[in-house]
Design a protein around this ligand. Structure first.
Ligand SMILES: [Zn+2]
Length: 177
């Protein structure tokens, strides 16, 4: 995992106090909130939060839910559109990339239609971040902005999987006609 302060940026890494110049993180804390709004209508979250008092069970708060991880009893409620893509927190091969892209286009279309969309994984940091950042690119944001928006919403530990960041950097922003 990448350091949450310098993200292994060659310019910032040598003087980084968090990773002492290695560019790597050794532990990732959980988030405080079950989910956070990244841009209007687009939420990112997970199944685990820092405080056991907070629940990550999804009811009918959202119109569309995309889950990279599912757990019995965690919703969403019956009748809510729900898509599942189980994938490892690892490299993005061509098959995974294609499925992530099709979910990102689905999510972007829903956000454009004014629907509320949740993308969730375990901690709500990396796998959900991959799909949310891809959705932001499909909505017309450039890649650095997409990374920043995800980290602003979910904290600096979001998108610290270097293989996900590497994949996201290959995406071409969609320019509206
Ligand atoms: Zn660092």
């Amino acid at each position: 995992m990448l350091c949450h302060l310098c993200y292994a940026d060659p310019d910032a890494m040598p003087d980084c106090p968090a990773c002492r110049g290695t560019g790597r993180a050794t532990r990732i804390p959980l988030c405080e909130d079950p989910w956070n709004e990244v841009v209007p209508g687009l939420f990112q979250g997970g199944h685990d939060v820092r405080s056991q008092a907070r629940t990550c069970v999804v009811g009918d708060e959202f119109d569309l839910v995309i889950s990279m991880v599912t757990r019995s009893g965690y919703g969403p409620a019956d009748g809510v559109e729900h898509h599942v893509l189980r994938m490892a927190d690892a490299a993005v091969d061509a098959g995974v990339a294609a499925r992530v892209q099709s979910l990102a286009e689905l999510a972007a279309g829903a956000v454009r239609d004014g629907r509320r969309v949740l993308v969730r994984c375990s901690g709500g940091l990396n796998r959900s971040g991959l799909v949310v950042a891809s959705t932001l690119v499909a909505l017309g944001h450039d890649v650095p902005t997409a990374l920043e928006l995800v980290r602003r919403a979910r904290g600096p530990w979001a998108l610290t999987n270097p293989m996900f960041v590497q994949h996201l950097r290959t995406l071409e922003p969609v320019r509206p006609d």
